[in-house]
Design a protein around this ligand. Structure first.
Ligand code: G6P
Length: 488
């Protein structure tokens, strides 16, 4: 039966693992997109989620017809998938939007890049075709993230009757970084995005970057656009850009809006109080032995700035030796994108730096840093519950849900050290301790301030942080986009 509401995202709610005896088991995927969308779609029983098979095990699941209700996994040729996901989405678009290039060496746009780009175009087309096939007349389609930036344009050509939205979970690059991309590629990206009726971003800053960067006739062929002068600091803000030519009717408008994704307090608290989390909490408490805790939870992701976080912790132990033996830094990282050499090297560097700190300061009964690189959501939730300080210091991050989750499940109040580079900073800055993510000394001082914060103040701030964090829970975030799309 054709669907009225469809979502397209590279990652589906589950991915499969194949054991030696040939049985398939399903696992929840990591990252903010999956947690937000899964929670939102739990309340949309008729929606269809189209995603890619990410691994051989996923492809095997598709071939065996194993599937979850409401999910269609696309079996895309592995070489095409690799070019699109590793070659373009994660090595070029992710790096561009997060400003991650090591500029004397990167980026390099050569023949290999062009081959990967062709793969990216076909991978996007596979999604556009599946959506065109599954969507009912006039259906609403919500396309997710930088993996699928071309889908709105491609889908509009196939199915002009549909209402199409695109949501970006990452930051949007500043104009200087967008202009690193070859002009024709930049033009295709903006063309793809402007195929949508509505573009959503987590934060005001990212919408502004999109508008400024796409407001360039040379690359995009946008003939008419207007950057409003009095842009409000927060809230929903409409901007209309008209895509002229390039396969669309003249003067079709695209709205740009912000939907800052939050967390669902009831769902998260229920997850955080399952017996398996209680067990992890007891184990962590035994390890920490009554000391204060600085908690961080990330993917093994370059933009999360885990290394500078460790450097700041080391500096704290030097400049404020009174904290030695009295604090433990719990750093959990979910393995992510380990197909890319630069991610493997980064993960190794995190482990090495943590080991150096333990070597330098550790004593017979105190290990200053406990690093865990594993996919253990229950352990992360346990760490959230017991955190005295949360360290969230990404160089750039679309939103960062960890900054919103910790205050919601914190048991005794938790001081939040938060980077200005996180989208969440727009909403949480009033009660967080703000840091420049590159400033290690300032981060060390912020950790000291957070550890020294009086208990009562911590509890008060945590309450207000939790209120801000739950202002737009996933179901409302999703429904707001659907409603705006119906009116588009
Ligand atoms: C970020 C992106 C998501 C992505 C997630 C995990 O949150 O915005 O689109 O799914 O990271 O990354 P992965 O490459 O493992 O899907």
């Amino acid at each position: 039966m054709a669907s009225q509401v469809l979502v397209a995202a590279n990652r589906g709610p589950l991915s499969y693992a194949l054991s030696d005896d040939g049985t398939l088991s399903a696992r929840r995927g990591g990252g903010g997109l999956v947690s937000g969308l899964s929670a939102a779609l739990a309340k949309q029983p008729d929606a269809l989620w189209i995603c890619a098979a990410l691994s051989d095990a996923d492809r095997e699941a598709v071939r065996r017809g194993t599937s979850e209700p409401g999910v269609r996994m696309l079996d895309i040729d592995p070489a095409v998938y690799d070019g699109a996901y590793n070659g373009i989405a994660n090595s070029v678009l992710w790096f561009t939007h997060h400003h991650l290039y090591d500029v004397p060496r990167e980026p390099v746009f050569d023949a290999a890049f062009r081959r990967h780009w062709d793969a990216y175009v076909s991978y996007n087309r596979a999604f556009a075709e599946a959506l065109a096939e599954e969507a009912a007349e006039g259906a609403r389609v919500l396309v997710q993230d930088y993996h699928l930036a071309l889908v709105p344009g491609q889908l509009r050509e196939l199915r002009p009757d549909l209402r199409i939205a695109h949501f970006t979970h990452t930051p949007w690059a500043s104009q200087e970084f967008m202009e690193m991309l070859p002009e024709d590629i930049r033009g295709q990206l903006v063309w793809g995005m402007l195929g949508a009726d509505q573009l959503g971003f987590h934060a005001w800053r990212w919408s502004v970057n999109f508008i400024v960067g796409s407001n360039r006739e040379d690359a995009t062929g946008i003939a008419e656009s207007s950057l409003p002068s009095g842009v409000p600091e927060r809230g929903v803000w409409h901007y209309r850009a008209a895509a002229d030519g390039r396969g669309f009717e003249r003067k079709r408008f695209t709205e740009v809006r912000q939907y800052p994704l939050g967390v669902d307090a009831d769902d998260l608290r229920a997850l955080a109080h399952r017996p398996v989390v209680d067990d992890r909490l007891a184990a962590l408490r035994a390890e920490v032995a009554g000391r204060r805790t600085i908690v961080r939870v990330d993917r093994t992701e370059l933009s999360k700035n885990i290394l500078r976080g460790l450097l700041a912790y080391r500096e704290l132990l030097v400049t404020h030796p009174e904290w030695r033996e009295r604090v433990v830094h719990l750093a959990s990282a979910y393995p992510s994108r380990q197909d890319l050499a630069v991610y493997r090297a980064y993960t190794d560097a995190v482990r090495e730096l943590a080991a150096e700190i333990n070597e330098e300061f550790g004593t017979a009964d105190w290990q200053p840093v406990l690093v865990s690189v594993e996919d253990d959501f229950a352990r992360s939730l346990a760490a959230y519950r017991m955190a005295d300080v949360a360290l969230v210091n990404p160089v750039r991050d679309g939103m960062n849900l960890v900054a919103k989750e910790i205050p919601v499940v914190s048991e005794e109040g938790c001081a939040l050290v938060l980077s200005t580079g996180a989208g969440a900073h727009e909403e949480l800055k009033g009660d967080a301790i703000t840091v420049n993510p590159y400033d290690v000394t300032a981060t060390a001082e912020a950790l000291h301030e957070a550890l020294s914060m009086p208990r009562e103040e911590r509890a008060e701030r945590t309450k207000r942080l939790a209120a801000a964090a739950t202002a737009l829970p996933p179901a409302a975030w999703f429904e707001a986009q659907l409603a705006a799309l119906a009116g588009a």
